[in-house]
Design a protein around this ligand. Structure first.
Ligand SMILES: Cc1cc2nc3c(=O)[nH]c(=O)nc-3n(C[C@H](O)[C@H](O)[C@H](O)COP(=O)(O)OP(=O)(O)OC[C@H]3O[C@@H](n4cnc5c(N)ncnc54)[C@H](O)[C@@H]3O)c2cc1C
Length: 461
């Protein structure tokens, strides 16, 4: 019997989604992944942006594994109402979350973490605890997914994908890739854009020949240190904030809502009520140095703020989670508005107007007031940074900016990822997410990658 030729799939971007998709799809399809960098490296300057630490700290990365080369590996699910707003039925999506968790934790480790989640959830009113798991070891998802889902080799084409060249019916004829050896026209039966929340919208604009436009719908999770606290000796917030298991640590954020926006507050070990370690550039010093270890500016910051370094070490080693002093880090939800998004302009790098609007600032502030009131019996003393001095920074969850390109939902699994007027093209990265709640997006993106992989595999049979 003649051997049936496998259909070809081209995936642009070998980051979190591209890695999972490539590894999952390789048994059914002939998979080629386009990745712009041979070695891991931070992407600092590919997008112009004046706000949010986007260009002064790492916000994305290139190389196999993409941004997972530098991520913190913190895993959290979206809440049911948020999934509903994304057009995903929580009950039908639950098996995909389950598969996403199982990429990081064994069944027994997951069960242990979920038991802690259930205990934590009972300590506060429903919906107040954001359950996050940080597995012991960080993983680069390219290598990790290749091991987890063995199969045929995946071809990697190193080069920068510029655009899809579209035929008369809107379907791509090829993806144009600039490689060291010159331009390559990569042809496939199906194309997946997984270049990340900032790059996929730009690729779509290039493909449609749009040289001047702004695409709205972008949102992130602005983060800011807002206070230091001294907890009462009998406070339960220590135990709730961090519990270690062999597999990793289980963290709780405390979630409040104002004006339809959620805000999560996380406690991080501190040495005192002094604010010097959580204000100014030193506040993320350890994380920044990990990403950029030879930066003289950052080394000087570190040496001039030893308290920030000591507190960062208390957090990393988790040794400080039984102490008395804590910093409060807030992570807020943003609305997907028309005015916040990616601007493309001929001859210039794409620009992002990352910003926290006045109504978002007001909502976060109201949430913090609720948090302080609800926790007052646990807090012995506090030192609050005035809200107009909260220094917001990107959480790099670059979400929602492909909104203007997506096809209206048609109820099919594949349709959820479809691009309007471009048959055989799917988008799979955070640019799809129209709502982000207070969840880091990684776990949801792994789950969505599984959903897309299943839908494509089902269609091919
Ligand atoms: C420092 C840091 C810590 C983080 N920690 C967490 C965390 O703890 N938990 C969590 O859930 N999330 C975290 N995130 C966010 C998470 O890493 C991202 O949400 C996730 O990696 C996004 O996956 P992606 O597949 O959309 O894109 P990416 O992982 O960014 O991958 C995109 C890939 O596409 C490639 N690419 C882009 N454009 C092109 C092109 N034109 N041609 C060819 N290749 C291209 C890039 O080089 C890259 O490899 C963190 C992010 C940062 C920056």
């Amino acid at each position: 019997m003649p051997v049936k030729q496998k259909q070809k799939i081209a995936i642009v971007g070998a980051g979190l989604c591209g890695s999972v998709l490539a590894a999952r799809l390789r048994t059914v399809f002939d998979v080629t992944v386009v990745e712009q960098a041979r070695k891991k490296r931070p992407l600092y300057h590919e997008i112009s942006c004046g706000d949010g630490g986007i260009n002064s700290s790492i916000n994305r990365a290139a190389g196999l594994g993409g941004t997972t080369n530098y991520w913190h590996n913190a895993l959290i699910e979206l809440a049911d109402d948020e999934l509903g707003d994304l057009g995903l039925d929580p009950a039908r999506f639950a098996p995909y979350y389950r598969r996403a968790w199982s990429l990081f934790l064994s069944d027994s480790d997951l069960a242990r973490c979920q038991a802690i989640r259930d205990t934590n959830a009972q300590a506060l009113p429903p919906g107040r605890v954001a359950h996050m798991v940080v597995p012991q070891s960080r993983v680069n998802l390219w290598q990790h997914a290749q091991r987890a889902y063995p199969g045929e080799p995946v071809t990697v084409l190193y080069g920068h994908a510029e655009r899809l060249t579209l035929g008369t019916n809107g379907a791509p004829e090829h993806v144009l890739v600039h490689t060291d050896a010159g331009p390559v026209k990569l042809r496939a039966d199906h194309y997946i854009l997984a270049a990340g929340g900032l790059a996929s919208p730009v690729l779509l604009a290039n493909s449609l020949g749009i040289s001047e436009a702004r695409f709205g719908g972008y949102h992130d999770h602005p983060m800011a240190y807002v206070a230091k606290l001294r907890l009462r000796p009998d406070s339960t917030l220590r135990e709730l904030s961090c519990r270690d298991t062999v597999a990793g640590s289980v963290r709780s954020g405390f979630v409040y809502e104002a004006d339809g926006l959620k805000t999560a507050f996380y406690l991080r070990p501190a040495l005192s009520l002094r604010l010097g370690s959580i204000t100014g550039e030193a506040r993320y010093v350890l994380s920044d140095l990990r990403n950029d270890p030879v930066s003289p500016r950052k080394i000087i910051q570190l040496l001039t703020n030893i308290e920030a370094l000591r507190e960062a070490l208390l957090f990393k080693t988790r040794a400080g989670f039984r102490g008395d002093y804590y910093s409060v880090l807030m992570l807020g939800e943003q609305r997907a508005t028309d005015s916040r998004g990616i601007q493309v302009s001929a001859g210039r790098p794409p620009a992002l107007n990352w910003q926290v609007s006045a109504d978002e600032r007001a909502a976060y502030q109201r949430c913090f007031t609720q948090f302080l009131a609800a926790m007052s019996s646990q807090i012995a003393a506090s030192n609050v940074i005035p809200p107009d001095q909260w220094e917001y920074r990107t959480a790099a969850h670059h979400s929602g900016a492909a909104r203007d390109f997506l096809a209206p939902a048609d109820g099919s699994a594949l349709g959820w990822f479809a691009v309007a007027g471009m048959p055989a093209v799917s988008v799979c990265d955070a640019s799809l997410l129209r709502r982000g709640g207070v969840a880091n997006s990684g776990l949801t993106l792994v789950a969505l990658s599984h959903q897309l992989a299943d839908a494509l595999a089902a269609q091919s049979t």
